[in-house]
Design a protein around this ligand. Sequence first.
Ligand SMILES: NC(=O)C1=CN([C@@H]2O[C@H](COP(=O)(O)OP(=O)(O)OC[C@H]3O[C@@H](n4cnc5c(N)ncnc54)[C@H](O)[C@@H]3O)[C@@H](O)[C@H]2O)C=CC1
Ligand SMILES: Cc1ncc(C(=O)O)c(C(=O)O)c1O
Length: 304
Amino acid sequence: MTKAAVIGLGTMGPGICATLARAGLTVAAFDLSAEQCARAPAMVDMATQVLEKLGVNLVPGGSVGIVESLDRAVAGADLVIENVPEKLELKREIFTAICRVAGDGAILASDTSGIPITDIQAGMANPGRIVGMHWSNPPHIIPMIEVIAGRETKPDTVDWMKAFARRIGHLPVVIRKDVPGFVENRVLYSVMRECVDLVERGVIDAQDLDTCVSWGIGYKLAVVGPMSLLDMAGLDIYNAVGSYLNRELCDRADVAPYVTERVAAGRLGMKTGGGIYDYTPEGIAALRDERARKLVAVRRILQE
Ligand SMILES: NC(=O)C1=CN([C@@H]2O[C@H](COP(=O)(O)OP(=O)(O)OC[C@H]3O[C@@H](n4cnc5c(N)ncnc54)[C@H](O)[C@@H]3O)[C@@H](O)[C@H]2O)C=CC1
Ligand SMILES: Cc1ncc(C(=O)O)c(C(=O)O)c1O
């Protein structure tokens, strides 16, 4: 397999392109926005530099080209990765367009954060080749990729995706049931819901919460996974603490005003210069560099 198509060049697309090219693939990328297409080459270069620092397997000959249409990107591709916004109807529109152009043998993947693959593939041509390929941000640094089969996904497609993830130097995890949010985001969003609730209720301020979690459970979980941590702490401890604490945890089914109010005000975070914290363009560049450097250093240790 040599050609991949990446549809969508926002937060995730450029890092995915760089990772594929690093593995020797010819990548054709497309985004509806001319502005995103214009900024993409610099973002791909930044990710490529990080991959060089990581020393991730280099297969010579890879490249990334930005093309002028989805059809041009998808034509002749062995793998297509959809990376458009998290809206089911939009993703279905994109997959319908992809299926019109893609070869019968092409694998069609969605980087959806948690929309069931079954819902994306329903009614599509040759749905057995459609699979979830959920990367984590930043995609060129975080190696774990969730592989999710929808109801109609062929087992061969899952096997292919597992092997492909390894081929590009990543770590595939097969999610056995096509549940909303899969696994990573169900865990992440339960943590995020509790964190937002604690800050919103004034139990702790945002900066101290980040310190508490990053240097506490975040640091520990990077080395000791949750199931192993239960054995390390003792299931009796979990049993005792959970017996009174579980009923106290945030269980809201909606999104906290702490978030919805900021979204309504256009304060989306780094992408708008401010969200929970405020940022300057220089500060964002410095943060991105520092975070990439630290993530690379931690990944090197964790891979020992
Ligand atoms: N941001 C994150 O941390 C992660 C996001 N994801 C998922 O990946 C997908 C993409 O997420 P982001 O990159 O963050 O979104 P984004 O909003 O940053 O980028 C989406 C890109 O898609 C483009 N686009 C919109 N409609 C299009 C169309 N019809 N044809 C071609 N391009 C189109 C937009 O111009 C934009 O550049 C979403 O499903 C998201 O849930 C997955 C893992 C992590
Ligand atoms: C806030 C948030 N939401 C979704 C994702 C994802 O994995 O889809 C991430 C991420 O870190 O990748 C995220 O931070």
